[in-house]
Design a protein around this ligand. Structure first.
Ligand code: GDP
Ligand code: MG
Length: 441
């Protein structure tokens, strides 16, 4: 996909006169590419119409960077499709919420339920898992195994065959145990069929979920729209999770799922392990969809805002992939200064959506400052190591004491560090482009 879009845009920038025909050819090429990436036909067609309205031929003719203008327009349109305009219901810690997972068999529901529970548990929640899949043999065992590994309470049965009953009993039990996040895993059967949707309707009616999450496999392709719509018609789907983003599929079906359910994507699954789970970030997702690579937007930004003489050093650090506490410290400093580098780093997935969520800039800044105070109590050895194991209990106690902070807070900072280090490690081996080699796509 990336190749063909680059080619289309390349042709366009070679054309001396940008007229309507050139723009049309270019858009047709991009349309083909997006369809290959499983973006629904109707969405692509609408996007094409919008872009024609937005892109001003006179601007293009005036010799502005044509590729950049069109690329930006496409990028923005795709981002818009992924934003249904209102956030999903967000459970509150300490307040009981019931979350029901739906999706076809094999989409990744059971795995994702555990990831979702584990993610919240790490943040201090009290989650619990209910297995309401009585259709597939072994479903309960799978959930039990996952839950046990993550030390999350679970409920299910080997003998009861009524999913509605189990769901109700499980939710009831965990409400009594004051769990704040009760997660109901459901059956997916083998295909879309009336019985499945009736079952989902009944489970939902019995458990009254605060949120229903539709789980989709990133590789389901053009089937995404109908599938998501069918679930939406039987239960009140309020959010989407896209799984298997570690595979080859670009996940264009996610756009369809958002359009069909009018609900946002909230997380993506990036592997079989419990912690291979990320908060969904629109921009990196669209970059990937367009074949731009998760980091190319970031690299562009570096070129744009980081002074030339500072670029090599930063890029070198990135490509080495050793994310030390000292690098984290420096980046926090940059973010707080909101100098050019701060801008760059707030674009990184993980830095932006999790560390500094929109609307809570003050709290975020206070948090970064708190973390920096703790790092001030670290030794050089600690700051320059990229081995989190070095930070044993006695070191953590010493740092807490030295900075006048609680042990729990130092541990929280180390969790944050590990999370960022994981994102950072993906940049290891990054090819560092020489000046002028960086292409728009
Ligand atoms: P369910 O039938 O919807 O409950 O799906 P499961 O949770 O049983 O998952 C089906 C298969 O997909 C299992 O082999 C999982 O390990 C795998 N799986 C789920 N999520 C992911 C993911 O994000 N990445 C990868 N690579 N595999 C996944
Ligand atoms: Mg399952």
């Amino acid at each position: 996909l990336g190749g063909s879009i680059s080619r289309a845009l390349q042709q366009m920038s070679n054309a001396t006169i940008i007229d309507e025909k050139v723009l049309n050819d270019c858009l047709n090429e991009i349309t083909r590419a997006l369809l290959q990436s499983d973006v629904q036909f109707k969405l692509v067609r609408d996007m094409q119409t919008n872009i024609k309205k937005i892109v001003n031929l006179d601007d293009l003719a005036a010799g502005h960077n044509k590729r950049k203008i069109i690329q930006q327009a496409i990028f923005n349109e795709l981002c818009k499709i992924l934003d249904p305009g209102k956030p999903s219901f967000t459970p509150k810690k300490g307040k009981t919420s019931v979350v029901m997972f739906v999706g076809l068999q094999g989409s990744g529901k059971t795995t994702t339920c555990t990831k979702y529970a584990y993610y919240h548990q790490k943040k201090g929640w009290k989650p619990a898992l209910v297995c309401a899949d009585t259709f597939r043999a072994g479903a309960f065992d799978q959930l039990k195994q996952n839950a046990t590994k993550a030390k999350i309470p679970f409920y299910g049965s080997y003998t009861e065959s009524d999913p509605v009953r189990i769901a109700m009993e499980g939710v009831e039990r965990f409400k009594n145990e004051n769990c704040d996040l009760i997660i109901v895993d459901t059956s997916g059967r083998h295909k879309q069929e009336a019985a499945l949707f009736e079952e989902m309707r009944q489970v939902s009616e019995a458990t009254k979920p605060d949120l229903v999450i539709f789980v989709m496999d990133s590789s389901i392709g053009q089937a995404a729209f109908d599938q998501a719509q069918a679930f939406k018609q039987s239960v009140a789907v309020g959010a989407v999770i896209v799984t298997k983003m570690d595979g080859h599929a670009k996940g264009g079906g996610a756009l369809s799922a958002v359009a069909a359910t009018k609900s946002p994507v909230i997380f993506i699954g990036t592997g079989e392990h419990m912690d291979e789970f990320e908060v969904f970030d629109v921009k990196p997702f669209v970059s990937r969809l367009l074949g731009m690579g998760d980091w190319s937007g970031f690299m562009d930004k570096i070129q744009e805002v980081v002074p030339m003489d500072q670029q090599p050093e930063l890029l070198q650090k990135l490509s080495e992939g050793n994310f030390t506490l000292r690098i984290m410290y420096e980046q926090f400093q940059n973010i707080l200064k909101m100098g050019p580098m701060g801008q760059v780093f707030s674009m990184l997935p993980g830095f932006s959506s999790e560390l500094m969520p929109k609307g809570s800039e003050k709290e975020s800044q206070a948090k970064l400052k708190r973390y920096m105070t703790m790092m001030d109590s670290m030794t050089n050895e600690e700051l320059d190591s990229s081995n989190p194991k070095l930070m044993n209990e006695s070191r953590i106690m010493r740092i807490a004491r030295g900075s006048g902070r609680r042990i729990r807070e130092v541990m929280e900072m180390m969790e944050e560090y590990k999370r960022l280090a994981k994102i950072w490690s993906k940049m290891k081996g990054l090819k560092i482009p020489k000046k002028g080699e960086m292409s728009a796509l």
